[in-house]
Design a protein around this ligand. Structure first.
Ligand SMILES: Cc1cc2nc3c(=O)[nH]c(=O)nc-3n(C[C@H](O)[C@H](O)[C@H](O)COP(=O)(O)OP(=O)(O)OC[C@H]3O[C@@H](n4cnc5c(N)ncnc54)[C@H](O)[C@@H]3O)c2cc1C
Length: 386
């Protein structure tokens, strides 16, 4: 029985249960195989879409279920328990879905959103450039107007699903370099346009979704592909990251929770010196310690989504979720793995989880950047300039 908490009512608990059953039956069996093949399962994506598990928070007109952010949260958590890489389908859809729904031209984005929620399209988010990701407003990819088109030239790097995505939300510079965040525009770019090429990295973890570079050479996208206003892409569109940061927290904690559950079961059963391993405080107390922190971090993530659903400010809370949960999840899996002795070190679910969660200590912004966001929320930008 899962513990009741104030954020999840009966409907959300039932949705979580449905997602868990699906994840156990359909997602978990291919967890290690997808790590080897490095290919997302499109059939599984479509099944997730058919179940209503992809971006359920989007309005029904866009193929969503018109549910709240917490619905997205519990689904992310359950799919990530089975395979963190596969839950990127949910994450990219929720992050990009709200950006497109809020800032895109309905005639353009409507059909894409319906494909997205049905699991028939994968959309990447392309912000990071080779010269740096933390200083995210300092972009160089050029976006220039030419008649009825924008023309893109430049490179995006470390982009999740770069070589598997069908389209990308691309941030680039329309203003001068000196204009900083105020000269950035966001565009929706189908990745089959002439002039787009891609590469794939050999990642430590999250290998089924993978990362890579996107190269744009005189790529033309109609003006109608702009998301938000020109030069305001950074300020308007980046607000979506508060949502993804809380979701990432729940993904990472989903992995932590399943690792803890398996480890508790193992140490209660495995014997050494005539007792179960759990009889030794050196075994059970570190697990109890981390279990406590996971419970607390999970409540913080749920609260952040709850605040979002009420239209309340939640940037600081989202940044807390984003730095704390992936670090905690890594510590949890790191603690759990040796509890299985030599077996934990074999290629298997535990070592894959360790590799997978580590990616979220970097992707979507590092802990240092998140702590700067929290500090700015507390004492203001002038007191925390960089
Ligand atoms: C698994 C994964 C998935 C990713 N997915 C995507 C994606 O889909 N789309 C996308 O656009 N990007 C993605 N990224 C890129 C990611 O967002 C960047 O790697 C990240 O923002 C850091 O940028 P960087 O790698 O250029 O490091 P840098 O910016 O060079 O930073 C290097 C180190 O310096 C520290 N640092 C930098 N500035 C400061 C400061 N002011 N104070 C203190 N410390 C500082 C950083 O915290 C970091 O530890 C992904 C990365 C990973 C690992």
């Amino acid at each position: 029985m899962r513990p009741v908490n104030p954020y999840l009512d009966g409907d959300l608990m039932a949705l979580a249960e449905q997602a868990r059953r699906f994840a156990i039956a359909r997602v978990a069996p291919g967890f290690q195989e997808r790590d080897r093949t490095r290919v997302l399962d499109r059939t599984l994506m479509a099944e997730m879409g058919a179940m209503g598990f992809i971006a359920p928070e989007l309005p029904e007109a866009f193929g969503g279920l018109g549910m709240g952010s917490l619905a997205a949260g519990v689904i992310h958590e359950e799919i990530a328990r089975a395979d963190l890489s596969m839950s990127y389908v949910n994450l990219l859809a929720s992050l990009n879905g709200q950006i497109l729904a809020r800032h895109g031209e309905p005639k353009l984005v409507g059909p894409w959103l319906r494909r997205l929620t049905q699991g028939e399209a994968l959309i990447a988010l392309a912000l990071t450039e080779p010269r740096g990701g933390s200083d995210a407003a300092n972009l160089r990819l050029r976006i220039e107007r030419d008649g009825g088109d924008y023309v893109l030239n430049g490179e995006k790097t470390s982009i999740s699903a770069a070589d598997q995505a069908d389209a990308a939300v691309v941030f680039g510079r329309t203003g001068s370099v000196e204009s900083g965040a105020r000269g950035v525009t966001a565009l929706f770019v189908p990745l089959d346009l002439p002039g787009v090429t891609r590469s794939r990295f050999d990642c430590h973890g999250q290998r089924a979704i993978g990362r890579g570079s996107l190269f744009f050479e005189n790529v033309r996208a109609p003006l109608s592909h702009r998301l938000g206003e020109e030069n305001k892409g950074f300020v308007q569109v980046m607000q979506g990251f508060d949502f993804s940061r809380a979701l990432i927290g729940l993904q990472a904690l989903g992995v932590a929770r399943v690792a803890l559950e398996e480890t508790w079961a193992h140490v209660a059963e495995r014997q050494a010196f005539g007792r179960p391993l759990s009889a030794f405080q050196g075994v059970s107390h570190p697990l109890a310690d981390l279990d406590t922190q996971v419970e607390a971090a999970r409540l913080l993530c749920l609260q952040t989504l709850w605040l979002r659903d009420r239209g309340a400010p939640h940037s600081a809370e989202a940044a807390m979720c984003k730095w704390w949960a992936p670090k905690l999840a890594y510590d949890v899996v790191h603690q759990c793995l040796p509890m299985f002795g030599h077996g934990g070190y074999d290629r298997g679910p535990m070592e894959q989880r360790l590799r997978d969660v580590l990616g979220f200590e970097i992707g979507d912004g590092t802990a240092q950047i998140m702590k700067t966001i929290i500090a700015r929320a507390r004492v203001g930008r002038e007191a925390v300039p960089a």
